[in-house]
Write a protein that binds this ligand. Structure first.
Ligand code: CA
Ligand code: CA
Length: 168
């Protein structure tokens, strides 16, 4: 199909092998409400509603065709450190759900994509399963140097902001 000026920019069908000028349109990488990060090939969204527990937050992500974010590499952690630094108001009070849990087997943390958590992005002395009731993972800042890190916290009673990532 092409535009034919001879017919006042009307459409015309023709043989596909014909050599013509062409017009491109960039294909969006993400939903409009998600942000694309080319270096990381990442589509993500910060949800600022802070009234969802881990499972509820995950359901919101899933309703958008995504899931809670999988922070399985250092470039992504550093990116979040920079990005959330601009997002938060009270640093040590702002926490975000991410997509890891040890609900299935205590002490064995699994990402929502099924991979084992193998990084060392935990806060010092974490994960600690405090009161035998911490099975869901969040990230926040833990020291004066403002290092973003992971911590296990209660799944049901804690509510906070969360980070969604389009499927891998
Ligand atoms: Ca646990
Ligand atoms: Ca903990």
């Amino acid at each position: 199909m092409y535009f034919d000026w001879d017919k006042s920019l009307m459409l015309n069908d023709d043989v596909c092998s014909k050599h013509l000028y062409y017009i491109c349109q960039e294909v969006p990488r993400c939903r409009p409400d998600y942000t694309y990060v080319e270096d990381l090939d990442l589509c993500y969204k910060i949800h600022h509603e802070s009234s969802y527990n881990w499972e509820q937050a995950r359901t919101v992500c899933e309703s958008e065709g995504s899931d809670l974010i999988v922070v399985d590499n250092l470039p992504l952690l550093l990116f979040l450190n920079r990005t959330l630094d601009n997002d938060v108001i009270y640093k040590n009070d702002e926490k975000y759900w991410i997509g890891a849990t040890d609900k299935v087997q205590e002490g064995k943390f699994i990402w929502v994509n099924g991979q084992q958590v193998e990084n060392n992005f935990w806060h010092p002395q974490e994960p600690n399963d405090a009161n035998h009731n911490e099975d869901c993972v969040a990230i926040w800042w833990y020291d004066a140097e403002r290092q973003l890190g992971m911590n296990d916290v209660p799944c049901e009673t804690y509510t906070m902001k969360f980070l969604c990532q389009m499927k891998w």
